[in-house]
Design a protein around this ligand. Structure first.
Ligand SMILES: Cc1cc2nc3c(=O)[nH]c(=O)nc-3n(C[C@H](O)[C@H](O)[C@H](O)COP(=O)(O)OP(=O)(O)OC[C@H]3O[C@@H](n4cnc5c(N)ncnc54)[C@H](O)[C@@H]3O)c2cc1C
Length: 467
């Protein structure tokens, strides 16, 4: 073990847990130290799999008493890899998967270890859902604490707009309930401020009736990407909140339904989800299904849970991932020209570029109403670079950096905290927004003055700048 932890202390800690403690050398250690992004290769000294909030309290108290660097992991999907660490302890909540759906109040009390696939399964059994991630293995915890953008956001707000309350363990091992009635200052900060203030053990969400949706993907020839983007810009200016869309450029399409496009050819695509009467949706979606003309139209009525797994195969674990993201206020012809020039020089066949349209209910909430901000953005640009051979890393990373730099003049200057990698303090400040940052720093001073929870997009308590 890379630190001065006696075997005796570790054994005592292990025995005190209802869950499991995994150490280097244990048979589950090598899988236990992995996260979704294959680039992350860290070696913690302890992995504490908690099964209840008591375990979380014990793990926090142990880590604090022993002065351990502490990482917190739920779904393990964050691309930055802060959910694991070298030498310290990983407090893992992935085994905490209880969910209680209340159909009368239309709420769900969900433990932090659930993925969106598990959450959607439980809520859709009774015809309910809330805004969640678009890939089913993503954890509800990290996603909710950073904001949460997904197919339902234009109608029902981002995920944290639907967060009614949470139970959180502080750095001192205290359990707090956080809501509009208790610890209101923290309720403001938790909704967008990430894991900076403590470990959330469970979340209470507002749910909505969601029946089958009219959803899927329309594919277009890659050579028409600029034309499709110009169409997309004009189209999204007119659409109702019931319709959420995302433009995607993929270096190599792999859709089995794409009969007219050889596997491995590049393609442009628009993913859609209409939550409302299908007959109305069909009418509104007609332009998307006619422009181009499309190579393939895979839009149909489907259960919401099917939509929520539709993109899973494009985001498998263990690949190397390097992302760059920013918010765009407009999609000008100049921006489209830069986008398409980088589409044409994409270095990896696994890469994708996403433009996810926001607006609707996202924009109707003020930037100061909670920590999650940048609500005036038109869309989130995400350059999702992926590859499998580590010898190629430099080439792919450089292309991604160049692309992001070329797009900077079109950005609002903001970035979604949940898409950030390890990008330095300026980007962290940009993610929280200059207006909200001082309020978040004040909360950090109040709830975590020693910066015990520092493995995240870190809000620095005052006097702790030197970390
Ligand atoms: C394939 C893929 C698809 C995605 N799709 C979307 C999407 O559709 N919409 C969207 O908004 N985002 C999306 N994301 C980004 C996602 O929101 C973040 O990666 C998020 O952090 C994932 O949460 P997690 O619990 O899986 O992460 P983890 O890696 O487990 O945690 C991330 C960080 O959150 C903090 N944290 C985790 N658990 C807790 C807890 N219980 N209490 C306090 N802090 C905690 C820690 O700081 C940790 O480092 C996607 C990511 C991937 C890889």
């Amino acid at each position: 073990m890379g630190m001065n932890l006696s075997k005796n202390l570790t054994t005592k800690f292990r025995d005190s847990l209802h869950g499991t403690l995994v150490l280097p050398g244990d048979k589950d250690y090598d899988t236990g130290r992995r996260v979704w992004n294959g680039m992350i290769d860290k070696h913690p000294s302890l992995i504490a799999y908690c099964v209840d909030s008591g375990d979380v309290i014990k793990a926090v108290n142990f880590a604090r008493a022993q002065g351990l660097l502490t990482a917190v992991r739920s779904g393990g999907h964050n691309v930055a890899g802060n959910a694991v660490c070298d030498d310290g302890i990983v407090i893992d909540l992935s085994r905490m998967k209880q969910i209680d759906v209340n159909t009368a109040s239309r709420t769900a009390l969900a433990q932090a270890g659930l993925t969106w696939g598990e959450f959607d399964h439980a809520t859709q059994t009774v015809g309910l859902a809330t805004t969640g991630g678009i890939v089913s293995r993503t954890g509800i915890a990290g996603l909710t604490l950073g904001g949460g953008i997904g197919w339902l956001m234009r109608k029902f707000g981002v995920t944290c707009d639907n967060l009614l309350s949470a139970n959180m363990i502080t750095a001192e091992g205290q359990r707090l309930t956080v809501s509009g009635y208790e610890n209101q200052d923290l309720y403001w900060g938790l909704r967008g401020g990430g894991g900076n203030f403590g470990i959330v053990t469970d979340f209470e969400y507002r749910l909505h009736h969601i029946g089958p949706v009219l959803a899927g993907t329309v594919y277009y020839p890659a050579a028409k990407a600029a034309e499709i983007l110009r169409f997309y810009r004009d189209y999204i200016a007119e659409i109702p909140d019931e319709l959420a869309t995302m433009f995607v450029y993929m270096a190599a399409s792999r859709s089995p339904s794409l009969a007219r496009l050889p596997v491995g050819s590049p393609a442009a695509a628009i993913h859609v989800c209409y939550v409302g009467a299908a007959a109305v949706g069909e009418k509104i979606l007609r332009p998307v299904r006619e422009v181009g003309p499309p190579l393939e139209d895979a839009v149909r009525i489907m259960p919401y849970v099917e939509l929520q797994t539709m993109l899973d195969s494009s985001a498998p674990p263990n690949q190397y991932n390097f992302w760059k993201s920013s918010y765009l206020a407009h999609l000008t012809d100049e921006a489209i020209a830069v986008l398409t020039s980088y589409f044409n020089t994409m270095t990896s066949p696994l890469s994708q570029v996403h433009l996810q349209h926001l607006e609707g209910q996202v924009r109707r909430v003020g930037d100061d109403e909670m920590a999650f901000s940048h609500r005036n953005a038109l869309c989130a640009l995400n350059i999702v670079t992926k590859w499998e051979d580590p010898r190629e890393s430099e080439k792919h990373i450089q292309w991604t950096r160049d692309f992001e730099a070329a797009m900077r003049t079109f950005s609002t200057g903001g970035v979604y905290v949940n898409f950030l990698g390890e990008e330095g303090e300026d980007r962290v400040t940009a993610a929280y927004g200059r207006a909200n940052y001082p309020r978040l720093a004040a909360l950090k001073n109040k709830f975590d003055p020693t910066n015990f929870f520092r493995l995240n997009q870190n809000i620095k308590p005052s006097g702790q700048e030197a970390f």
